[in-house]
Design a protein around this ligand. Sequence first.
Ligand SMILES: N[C@@H](CCC(=O)N[C@@H](CS)C(=O)NCC(=O)O)C(=O)O
Length: 209
Amino acid sequence: MPTLYYAVGACSLAPHIVLEWIGAPFEAVRVQYGSPELLAVNPAGAVPTLREDDGWLLTQAGAILEYLAAKHPETGLSGGESLRERAEAHRWSAFLTSDMHAAFWPVFMPYRYTTDASDEAKKAVTDAGLKLVEKQMGVLNEHLEGRDWMLGEGRGKRSVIDAYACPMIRWGIKLLPGGLAEFPNVLALHDRLAADPAVQRVMERERAK
Ligand SMILES: N[C@@H](CCC(=O)N[C@@H](CS)C(=O)NCC(=O)O)C(=O)O
């Protein structure tokens, strides 16, 4: 049975949702960033980390999501197997990792982006991060115009990429001064995910003490 190391409110929510969608047994282990327990499975001290029964470890959210979708083709969560469908899945996974997630880092950890310890410097870094988050939410919103899901023909079909977007959309709602009111298509994806019983089960598990 696979084990997911996750932290509350983190991007590990994405593989947590996908494991719940898959419906096969798994263990979810809550960890603190940089804790000895987490460092033992991921030298970066970061989540998510996935551990298979034989001890094989996989880090990086995008890689874990792609692995889980490929491991369970019966769930149809990969976004499709044609050359272009694979390219689209990779494209949006890379966008979420490198553009969207990275835009939040200065907001969550401004002290990593300036050697100036003053509150003013930290605020400047945070504000710059939020501006970049807004830009990336705009890209997401435009992509979602006329679509229900991130990948697939027409209105699209649910995939691991929707789960990947979920934590970032939640961060946007919480952290952007105006929430995501300016990005109705992104909010619609959030509401679609929030209405999913599997997503609700994961949220309850992550909220529980
Ligand atoms: N590129 C990694 C980033 C993982 C990452 O930074 N996760 C955050 C939570 S969303 C974390 O564990 N941060 C702790 C830290 O950076 O110390 C991935 O996509 O999995």
